[in-house]
Design a protein around this ligand. Structure first.
Ligand code: ATP
Ligand code: MG
Length: 258
């Protein structure tokens, strides 16, 4: 059974059908890219499956259960975690506190047996801080942990956002344009982190317009267009698909999409 699977999702905004039954499945351990032109419905797909926006119709299954309509916190606690297209760091808080914040709804028992059960909150707080520091180190933001988030570059904010989301220990980590606005060097770095986490067993669904970079590290590409799945295959097959090129890639490869 797939780790994540949607069936018959529908979502409209007035007359606009943003999701028109884009059936998507992700197997445990996969690293899948989600591409498509601006307005295809990619972010709406993330928003609805993570409970941020309500669905009109359809079913979302994750980790063996139906999660359709559950509140966002509960979905995240089950391990379906996402980042946002616009980073949401709190500028007047330090890097460390921003990352710690990701752990506020953390169930705890998954990796910290015994710390939550019956022990003092202080132990839990200390564990959250320790995990936040580990993530800051992992992303080479150490040395920045006491800086205000406003001091970070656009690319570092993307890393901060990813680090904060990782506090929730995703089983499926959904990234919405993690490379947008990031310089080429840091782009590579972010891709390396994603690949390392995937090698360690984390499953990914990544929205990204940089198809040339994406094709190098994903197992599979799902192409959305007008709220539907236009194609779903390995990257090389997708990039030779005329319908995909017509809908999207011709435009992207000539620099028409941001
Ligand atoms: N809250 C909303 N109210 C009204 N229309 C919306 C809302 N959210 C999204 N839409 C519309 O739904 C369509 C899908 O938008 P969505 O943001 O999901 O696209 P996307 O594939 O993520 O695009 P991009 O690549 O530009 O981020 C667009 O036409 C958008 O204008
Ligand atoms: Mg989007």
């Amino acid at each position: 059974m797939a780790l994540f699977e949607t069936t018959g999702l529908r979502k409209s905004f007035g007359a606009l059908q943003a999701l028109d039954e884009p059936d998507v499945a992700v197997e445990s351990g996969e690293l899948v890219g989600l591409i498509g032109p601006n307005g295809a419905g990619k972010t709406t797909f993330f928003n609805t499956v993570t409970g941020i926006e309500d669905l009109d119709e359809g079913t979302v299954r994750f980790d063996g259960r139906e999660i359709t309509g559950l509140p966002p916190e509960e979905i995240a606690q089950r391990g379906l975690v996402r980042t946002f297209q616009q980073t949401r760091e709190l500028e007047t808080m330090t890097v460390l506190d921003n990352v710690r914040l990701g752990g506020r709804d953390r169930p705890g028992e998954r990796t910290l047996p015994g710390i939550v059960n019956g022990r003092r909150t202080r132990d839990r707080e200390a564990a959250v801080t320790e995990r936040a520091r580990e993530l800051i180190d992992f992303f080479d933001l150490d040395g920045m942990e006491d800086e205000y988030a406003s001091a970070l570059s656009g690319g570092q904010r993307k890393l901060l956002e990813i680090a904060r989301a990782l506090m929730l220990e995703p089983k499926l980590f959904m990234l919405d344009e993690p490379l947008a606005g990031v310089n080429p060097t840091l782009e590579r770095t972010i891709v390396d982190y994603v690949e390392r986490l995937n090698d360690d067993g984390m499953t990914f669904l990544v929205i990204e317009h940089n198809v040339e970079l994406l094709r190098e590290f994903v197992d599979r590409l799902v192409v959305m267009h007008q709220g539907r799945v236009l194609a779903d295959d390995d990257p090389e097959t997708i990039l030779q698909n005329d319908a995909v090129v017509d809908a999207y890639l011709g435009e992207t490869l000539t620099g028409g999409v941001d």
